[in-house]
Design a protein around this ligand. Sequence first.
Ligand code: PMP
Length: 431
Amino acid sequence: MTSHPISQNQSLFDASQLRIPGGVNSPVRAFRSVGGTPLFFQKGSGAYVWDADGKRYTDYVGSWGPMIAGHCHPDVVKAVQDAAANGLGFGAPTASELEIAELLCKLLPSLEMVRLVSSGTEATMTAIRLARGFTNRSRIIKFEGCYHGHSDGLLVKAGSGALTFGQPSSSGVPAEIAALTTVLDYNDAAGLERAFAESGNEIAAVIVEPVAGNMNLITPKREFLDALRNLCTKYGAVLILDEVMTGFRVSLQGAQGYYGIKPDLVTLGKVMGGGLPAAAFGGRRDIMQCLAPLGSVYQAGTLSGNPVAVAAGMATLKLVQEPGFYENLSKLATRLTTGLTASAKKHGVEFCAQSVGGMFGLYFSRAVPTSYAEVMACDKEAFNRFFHAMLDAGVYLAPSAFEAGFVSSAHTEADIDETIAAADSIFSVWK
Ligand code: PMP
């Protein structure tokens, strides 16, 4: 691994570790997976970010997805400034909340009503509670390797045997709560069918990432998507598509539009907040009407629908509606993945890559993985070496082999080609 000289990043990290557990406010930022010292960023502009030492990187993390228009897009910054000048928050309804709710319902036809929250975690946590309240059932199904935020019932991994109860994947999550979550294999339609056959009348909801972006990137098989929809309908369970990552990322209509699958509830975050804390969940009117104050399912938030966050989201959603936005984004992502793949092939490196819309996956494996087990079999050490070599070359990839990457509309073909050239130099001496 490359060692970094003592730098501002290092001294900030040293000091941070005294006051912030692990020196970070969200674990993956700590570089535990790839090793080394995390970068502390001081600014971003377009496709670039600068660390505490003033070194510039081409950014393929984009704040983990929100920066789809690049950092500090002038329209977004202006909208935030204008909103801030009118008041930072009221804890009372504002017209801008109606505006974004109407826009979300227009762009995603599966949304008849939405509620705004401040994080993806809140969106998924509440969608689950709502599904339970609506169905009067307790059990939920999730898939190994999908991440839906850090609420107790979703920090659960598979127990032994496909149909046994889930087990906590974090200390502090009671086994009794984890036991209400059944954890199945992603892309395994037959496994899902078995689970429903076994206990279909107990299942309140199935929650799924329609493109899995938290175990690198795994695309859904058609039969899996069809099984999700058909089985939920057949057994009266609520299908929750977690589009926190894929929403406005893989297409203007999200993964639901891209793949043509109609969910009962949808969770959104990241892009719809434009980099500020705004998220949402929504869907069928009959389900959403179960929410307080109309119904008996409770949910609330002091900062929900915050006007500054909504302004950042609205400005970003305006940009992504421009003609050709997703064609351009997809072209950039494809240029990156095909360029990297061609370079690796030329130098005999076992590597492959794929993209969906503006998100991509890089794999140190012979073939693109289609399951959690296949992702786990990729060469993690090779990724870590590649990550650090790219970092040295001024390219910032997600600091983990198990995260998807993102391009923005601020990336140019020249940026992508520079990144491919950096990888080519690394692959040319790869052993
Ligand atoms: N769902 C998915 C699919 C996500 O990718 C994430 C965050 N990476 C979340 C939920 C949780 O969102 P947040 O970090 O805003 O709580």
